[in-house]
Design a protein around this ligand. Sequence first.
Ligand code: NAD
Ligand code: UDP
Length: 339
Amino acid sequence: MTKKILVTGGAGYIGSHTCVALIEAGFEVVVVDNLVNSSIESLRRVEKITGQFIRFYRGDITNKADLKRVFEDHNFYAVIHFAGLKSVADSVEFPLRYYQQNVFGTLCLLEAMQQQACSKIVFSSSATVYGEPASLPILETFPTNPQSPYGRSKLFIEQIIDDYCQAEKQASSIILRYFNPVGAHPSGEIGEDPLGIPNNLMPYICQVASGQREFLSIYGDDYATTDGTGVRDYIHVVDLAEAHVKAVDKINQVDQVQWFNIGRGQGYSVKDLIQAFEQTNGIRIKTSIQPRRDGDIAEYWADPSLARQELGWKATRDLKQMVKDAWHWQQKNPKGYEE
Ligand code: NAD
Ligand code: UDP
């Protein structure tokens, strides 16, 4: 029988790519999303790519009645939990909103799962839970020390899920700590669609390339890194989506909770990314060196070998593929899903 997966936040950037990967792997997908940071059009595009209908509920995970409706209509094999707010800067300004949406939202979700005896959850965590690492690459066993309300909301949720899985015999969870997801589906049908001015590097580069922004600010060129600019572990969103399929495949063998870093294990600087974009896509990116951005860490990248050993997952798409697919999406959808 086809296994049914509930994808919370499935209309979002990573969620929509994961819906494609799940459907291609033979799962049935149901999405709940309040569309606060996404568009229903993303799911129409997922349907276009896969040729499969997606059952969609416009609902809020902090609303127990919304969740009850979803769980009463279906029997889920597992939940993949993406729904939440993700801006570090906003979380500093509006911490209560972040704890309400992310932490309370997850409590509501776990309660709804418990009531319907749905006991498996894959959770979207983030490398930001590590804070400034003492050494590189980062292993799952490193101490956690998140530096923002957003990062702390992720860590609190990890701990809540852990406590829940200790208490409930049947429950199990896989927690994926993503490094820096970028790029888009190679079809150019789905991709990252930030509201307003992008905070993240890749969407900003794309908007400079398309003429929507004049230049890219490089936040600091005086870090103790290879070329002075910040270094991150960029990972293609389709590789990341595939990690979720592997996690769902593995979850019934997990005893309580397992944590995995999801990255490529390779650091690239801001200048590396710009150069790869320029060379691959044949477009110059105008830049301006600016002061460091508050709260930024000089460099970090993952040791993803645990995911390779235990999940049988490994990222296969390189930086060139990431910048190519990001630009393809941008060119095909200059205004995101709005058109
Ligand atoms: P996104 O904003 O594109 O997707 C999140 C989705 O959740 C959106 O569709 C939004 O409408 C929905 N949502 C938000 N609050 C909700 C609520 N209360 N009820 C129902 N739906 C709600 O973000 P994304 O980049 O796809 O990230 C997905 C998850 O991965 C998030 O939890 C994020 O924190 C985490 N994550 C993202 C990154 C990244 O760089 N993109 C890195 C690490 C972790
Ligand atoms: N960055 C930059 N200009 C921008 C956005 C980001 O120079 O307009 C840098 C940032 O300082 C960091 C890297 O690009 O070194 C990745 O930033 P992003 O916001 O994409 O990811 P995060 O900081 O959350 O890892």
